[in-house]
Design a binder for this molecule. Structure first.
Ligand code: DAH
Length: 342
């Protein structure tokens, strides 16, 4: 027995453990449950009882040595493998894992573009709440009580007395601006608006507008026209034409609707512009003296112009999008087309 132990001890000492395969062979041959050391432990029963203690101790020492050798070799082998990976196996010329960035929504692209265009001629940006009261959405804008003009906009009311509502246009922000700031005022007010309309290719109950307001001394209709000429050319291209059609809004006098040359047919006439060569992009006018007065601005001293346009409308014309519902459907095939547009 003692000889056997010595023999195994020599074998263990001599074993070469340089790779994972040798390591595994060694484990099975010596340390494993069916290995040589386990066999020797089985043989312990045949050893004379007075020697058993001594032999048992030697066997334990042998077992520990084998385990120690195994552990050391294993550590060396795994370290070497890790070194290999970091020094030679890593290919630094590999392309990086592609980073899938989202894309900006076309409505955000156009809103930012509007802000930039007007920013260049001195307009800053203002915002107001989407939940409004009757005053800011109607009364301060010169909509008389029970006037049919209130019915022009299908309002979502939030209270029985109709004083809390979802704003139907961004003109509300004009009022908030005039109430809190002194002229000269020159702002662009983009935002979301709500109307009780059936959803279709051309209409939605939630959409976006931007309002423009310019109040100072001696502001004229010529200033309004020039500002919107500039905007249309910057937004749609230098050969875009613009025209003003007389119209009515309670908060402006005189009022005009704004048309630009149809982007689809370049003014030739097509089914989008119903053969006229023109498409409407918004409303505008000189701020009604009543509106100035009810917000605390003296109409004898100051005058100004305002305009309001639909962001969906402009985006559809600019990118020739035929269905408004595409903006809210989150179809990546649609959204990805704006990947390289800033
Ligand atoms: N608020 C109007 C609408 O939602 C748009 C508008 C027309 C805004 C004329 C204006 C304006 O500031 O002067 O239909």
């Amino acid at each position: 027995m003692v000889e056997k132990i010595q023999q195994v001890a020599q074998e263990i000492e001599a074993a070469q453990l340089t790779n994972a395969a040798e390591l595994e062979q060694f484990r099975i041959a010596y340390i494993g449950r069916k290995g040589r050391i386990a066999d020797l432990f089985d043989g312990l029963k045949q050893v004379a009882p007075e020697e058993r203690r001594q032999v048992g101790q030697e066997l334990n020492t042998l077992k520990n040595k084998a385990q120690e050798k195994f552990d050391q070799a294993q550590e060396q082998i795994t370290n070497a493998a890790a070194d290999e990976r970091t020094t030679t196996a890593f290919d630094y010329s590999l392309p990086t894992v592609p980073n899938t960035l989202g894309t900006r929504h076309p409505l955000s692209i156009v809103r930012n573009e509007v802000i930039r265009i007007f920013g260049r001629i001195g307009f800053n940006v203002a915002e107001g709440p989407e939940i409004e009261d009757d005053w800011h959405n109607f009364s301060a804008l010169n909509f008389p009580e029970n006037h049919p003009a209130r019915e022009m906009q299908d309002t979502f009311f939030l209270s029985q007395n109709k004083d809390k509502l979802l704003r139907t246009h961004t003109s509300t922000v004009q009022v908030r601006l005039m109430e809190t700031q002194k002229p000269p005022l020159r702002s662009i007010m983009p935002g979301r608006v709500y109307r009780n309309e059936a959803i279709s290719a051309r209409a939605h109950m939630v959409f976006h507008q931007f309002e423009g307001l310019y109040i100072d001394k001696n502001v004229s209709f010529a200033d309004l026209k020039q500002t919107l000429y500039y905007f249309a050319k910057e937004m749609f291209g230098q050969d875009t034409k613009i025209r003003f059609r007389p119209s009515f809004f309670p908060f402006t006098e005189p009022s005009a609707e704004i048309d630009i040359t149809c982007m689809i047919c370049k003014g030739e006439g097509c089914n989008i512009c119903k053969g006229s060569g023109w498409v409407e992009i918004g409303g505008s006018g000189m701020v009604d003296p009543n509106v100035l007065a009810s917000s605390g601005i003296d109409p004898e001293v100051y005058s100004g112009f305002a305009f309001g346009m639909g962001i969906e409308r402009i985006t559809m014309l600019k990118y020739q999008i035929k269905d408004l519902r595409l903006f809210t459907e989150n179809d990546v095939r649609f959204l990805r087309q704006f990947e390289n547009v800033m």
